[in-house]
Design a protein around this ligand. Structure first.
Ligand SMILES: [Zn+2]
Length: 413
């Protein structure tokens, strides 16, 4: 038996008045998903355990069959570090380090200290390009790195800071929560915060006067004249997937957090050059890479980021388009490709609810769809006529502990 998981990040949503009180998934034209729903099992799965936040690392850990409650220190940053090839010791703390745009009420982009007049103008520094950002991160390393603190360049505004033997319980504020607000309200607090505050101050001083930022301002671009440190975590030792479930896995994805999670469970990560993490991604290339990987692996996960990005942008039209693309270009293409497989199971789901209306994540259970090709039907087969949040609820099945779905998918009969 071969296994394919098609994961549409943030696809589930809430009913919207402008869609006649239907959700984007229900309103989108999804003939392939609806056809599978009629032939397969549709239900709800709780990917966010009670008491956890519906972050990508929590919900995707559930989907891969691991109980997130057992890995409370696993943050997004150690996963991104794994994806970037940064090695992290067990006592090291990895922080996300955003390049940001700061603005002082009186001094404009010239930041001398993080006083009460400084506002976090843009948490992504105008979506700064990776070439510019690499140069700035390099400068931070030249001037601020010590034996215990180092910076690592990632993509665009997303970078990392590793604090060797650092304090992981320091309280940090996500920069998106501070957008347009004074930074003093969101500076780190608690054990270790003095170190981080000093780094934030020093980084602003280094970056404000950097010639590249002067050039950016002259070109009408936002300067990356500060950093913001948050989202910390420690590397977690996860039992390899193959030891846990006896199956060899691979992942096709564009985003670092998914690649890091896959590496952490011992999957092979397959890089597709045209995979961007948004609407312009190479869907066909991802599916073709997955089908190829199926020849040498038992299970392949294809992750599509676009619906979640559309939700974060509050763009309903883009979300519907992302779901329709997922249906036609991922689900449809995959089904055509596995016609020659004698026996194959397909699991379609999303990691968390991402309402366009709130532009964030929500902890509610998400719909899943389980389909088996070339074999007997599954127990819950044939109860609904389409794939949607309402149909999943009507299906009557709730997997209350999300990490149990993987076991059911692999072994259930
Ligand atoms: Zn998201």
């Amino acid at each position: 038996m071969k296994y394919v998981v098609l994961l549409a990040d943030g696809m589930a949503d809430l009913p919207l008045p402008q869609l006649n009180h239907r959700t984007p998934l229900a309103a989108a034209k999804t003939p392939n998903l609806d056809s599978l729903a009629r032939q397969g099992e549709v239900g709800l799965v709780r990917t966010t355990p009670p008491g956890c936040s519906p972050t990508s690392e929590v919900t995707n850990l559930s989907i891969l069959g691991y109980d997130p409650k057992k890995y409370p220190q696993l943050g997004r940053s150690p996963l991104e570090a794994a994806s970037l090839g940064v090695s992290v010791g067990k006592d090291d703390v990895v922080f996300r380090c955003n390049l940001v745009t700061l603005k002082d009420d009186q001094r404009g982009y010239d930041i001398d200290r993080l006083g009460p007049h400084v506002v976090l103008e843009d948490p992504s520094a105008g979506h700064i390009g990776s070439d510019d950002s690499r140069e700035l991160i390099q400068e931070l390393n030249n001037q601020l790195a010590t034996e215990i603190l180092q910076f690592y360049a990632g993509v665009s505004y997303r970078h990392l800071m590793v604090w060797i033997g650092g304090k992981s319980r320091v309280v940090c504020t996500p920069p998106f929560d501070l957008s347009g607000k004074p930074v003093v309200g969101g500076l780190p607090t608690g054990e270790g915060s003095d170190v981080l505050r000093k780094v934030l101050e020093s980084a602003a001083a280094v970056l404000t006067t950097h010639p590249l930022n002067e050039e950016r301002i002259a070109q009408g671009l936002k300067p990356a004249n500060g950093i913001w440190i948050w989202g910390q975590g420690k590397a977690a030792a996860l039992i390899p997937f193959v030891d846990r479930f006896g199956k060899r896995g691979a992942l096709v994805a564009a985003v670092d957090i998914m690649k890091g999670l896959a590496l952490a469970v011992g999957f092979d990560v397959i890089h597709v050059p045209g995979a961007t993490g948004y609407l312009d991604t190479d869907y066909e290339g991802k599916v073709d890479a997955a089908v190829q990987a199926l020849a040498t692996h038992d299970l392949v996960v294809v992750h599509v980021e676009a619906p979640d990005e559309a939700s974060h942008n509050g763009d309903l039209e883009a979300k519907i388009r992302a779901i329709e693309d997922f249906d036609a270009r991922v689900v449809g293409r995959l089904l055509a490709a596995i016609e020659s497989e004698p026996a194959c199971r397909v699991l379609v789901l999303c990691d968390h609810v991402a309402p366009v209306s709130t532009r964030s994540h929500a902890p509610d259970p998400v719909p899943y769809l389980l389909y088996q090709r070339g074999g007997a039907g599954l127990p819950g087969t044939g109860s609904v006529t389409e794939f949607s949040e309402a149909a999943a609820k009507a299906g009557g099945k709730l997997v209350a502990e999300g990490h149990r779905l993987m076991e059911y998918f692999l072994k259930g009969s």
